[in-house]
Design a protein around this ligand. Structure first.
Ligand SMILES: Cc1cc2nc3c(=O)[nH]c(=O)nc-3n(C[C@H](O)[C@H](O)[C@H](O)COP(=O)(O)O)c2cc1C
Length: 223
């Protein structure tokens, strides 16, 4: 697949078929994505791959934890509240409106919203989950590196006909995730990624998220 085709084809997949992804395929993706750049080549990404019984256990324990402690939804690493201001909040609302419209959740239905967000913790039924962690001593530059790794991996997955969804949701309810996966104290849980074969019949997978025009974020100098 051409890179330009993979870029166009990649989208956040939020409904998956149960078909398993062979371990060799996951390994190949993890390997390919190591070509992602990182500042001074420190390659700070770390990933826990969960599938099979371990995936089911993680899903069950995180969902049970969330039901018991719904308010314990903060990330363990500092996240300034900046995304609650414009223009970000408006963009997030546009996405939410389009997505919840496709799924058929009426505005203001808190219980349905809570349940739908909970699908994050089932990896949207994907057979494989990736939980990314980072050394607590590293700063924002290293989070950039992990993001580059994740996007590279998601594009490689697209090229193989696989679907993905990056999931910040996994930095919530991290207490349970840390316990189940035995994440070392020295690492933060920063993000998850669902991985599997997309369910092409699911309405939610028809969502095409808007993008802002280039002039809205570009300042030209000398050209
Ligand atoms: C760092 C990051 C965290 C995200 N977290 C979630 C999440 O927790 N749940 C979810 O459904 N989508 C999540 N997304 C997907 C975004 O909503 C999606 O990338 C955006 O709306 C653009 O849509 P597209 O990926 O289909 O192009 C996340 C994406 C990124 C990059």
């Amino acid at each position: 697949m051409l890179l330009s085709d993979a870029l166009r084809a990649r989208m956040s997949v939020r409904a998956f078929k149960p078909d398993p992804v062979p371990r060799e395929t996951i390994e190949a993706l993890l390997q390919e994505a190591t070509r992602a750049p990182s500042g001074t080549n420190i390659q700070p990404w770390k990933v826990h791959v969960v599938a099979g019984e371990m995936r089911d256990r993680l899903v069950a324990e995180v969902l049970a934890y969330r039901d018991a402690y719904p308010e314990d939804d903060k990330s363990e690493f500092p996240r300034p509240p900046g995304q609650r201001k414009e223009p970000y909040v408006g963009r997030a609302r546009t996405l939410g409106k389009a997505m919840y419209g496709l799924i058929g959740i009426p505005k203001g239905d808190k219980a349905a919203n809570f349940a739908q967000w909970g699908r994050n913790y089932k990896f949207f039924d994907a057979p494989v989950g990736l939980i990314f962690t980072i050394d607590k001593d590293l700063g924002p530059m290293s989070y950039l590196d992990v993001g580059l790794y994740i996007q590279t991996l998601m594009l490689c997955a697209t090229a193989r006909g696989l679907g993905t969804c990056a999931q910040g949701a996994w930095n919530q309810y991290h207490t349970a995730t840390r316990r189940v996966l035995n994440v070392p104290d020295g690492d933060y849980i920063i993000c998850g990624v669902s991985l599997g074969y997309p369910d092409e019949t699911a309405p939610v997978n028809t969502l095409v998220a808007d993008r802002e025009p280039v002039e809205s974020f570009t300042t030209w100098h000398g050209i």
